[in-house]
Write a protein that binds this ligand. Structure first.
Ligand code: R5P
Length: 295
């Protein structure tokens, strides 16, 4: 069956790279806003009896979600045989419990909306903290790609004698896997979040870091306060400027510049969200699960 891949504007490079690893046709659709802000969508590529894949990273999700839901509904209305979503960054996973009375558990609500509009979901390292799997909240088949092998490969080619540091317990899964792949030491720190832009990091004695390049690994860099606070702690103990690696570099507001100013060796991200720091390409490892979900 013919498959077409439509790419959200801004994500063209990853779309082209994914098509290189497949025989998918490029899908064209017009998607714009009326002067009053309402969304207009029109498929230009015929979608009847085709599989349609929408590629859109879901950073800043609220601006993107309605156009995506309308594109999916329109494709189904026009006879598409199925519509899948590839969201290299999947939003709304951090609110996974009611931290305070009266709060909404938005991860569940978002999952329920996407599950009603798509037939399948492919993503990279979703922020699964209290959930063990996307299946706990998504009712459609999903495939999760791990960025750890690509990050380990990138580090092996660029850094001698790394020492990996995860800033909080959530990062342990990535740090442990990457360090183990490279036979390098690692440590996972303790973080207490005091607010959207305030965290406290506890740095233990770091055994075996002397003479090694510290590398901070986190799945999401949003305000970057987690990494900035960790960089300050390392600096206070006299360690060399760390290299910071994020799977998903959201960089809210001035986060990228502020992390740079904190005194880092470099900032590197995977290409799940387009950004000048993208140095780790995941297109090849993403195309495998996509082909698999379409079978
Ligand atoms: C949270 O647990 C995540 O793993 C990240 O540490 C967090 O999202 C980073 O956010 P920020 O950059 O705003 O500190």
């Amino acid at each position: 069956m013919e498959t077409i891949l439509w790419t959200l504007p801004g994500q063209e490079q990853l779309g082209q790279d994914l098509r290189k690893h497949s025989s998918w046709e490029e899908g064209e659709a017009e998607c714009r806003r009326f002067p009053d802000g309402e969304v207009y969508v029109r498929w230009k590529t015929p979608v009847k009896n085709k599989r349609v894949i929408l590629l859109a990273s879901l950073d800043h999700p609220d601006d993107k979600i309605l156009p995506l839901l309308f594109l999916s509904s329109a494709a189904k209305d026009l006879g598409a045989s199925r519509v899948d979503l590839v969201a290299p960054y999947l939003a709304y996973l951090r609110q996974d419990i009611r931290f305070q009375e009266g709060e909404g558990i938005t991860s569940r609500y978002f999952a329920s909306i996407l599950s009603r509009h798509f037939d399948g979901l492919v993503t990279v390292d979703p922020h699964l903290h209290r959930y063990h799997s996307l299946n706990e909240i998504y009712s459609i088949p999903s495939r999760v790609v791990s960025a750890a092998p690509a990050i380990a490969q990138w580090v092996a080619g660029h850094v001698k004698n790394p020492f990996f540091i995860g800033p909080d317990s959530e990062s342990a899964q990535w740090v442990a896997e990457i360090a183990t792949r490279l036979g390098a030491p690692y440590s996972v720190l303790k973080k207490q979040r005091l607010g959207d832009r305030k965290v406290e990091i506890t740095l233990p004695e770091l055994e075996g870091i002397q003479g090694r390049q510290p590398i901070l690994i986190d799945d999401i860099i949003s305000t970057a306060v987690t990494l900035i606070e960790t960089v300050y702690q390392l600096k206070n103990k006299g360690f060399p400027p760390p290299l910071c690696i994020g799977v998903h570099g959201i960089f809210a507001g001035e986060a990228f510049a502020e992390l740079g100013k904190a005194g880092v060796a470099s900032i590197v991200t995977c290409n799940t969200i387009p950004h000048p720091s993208n140095q780790i390409d995941l297109s090849q490892i993403l195309s495998g699960p996509l082909l698999d979900i379409l079978k």
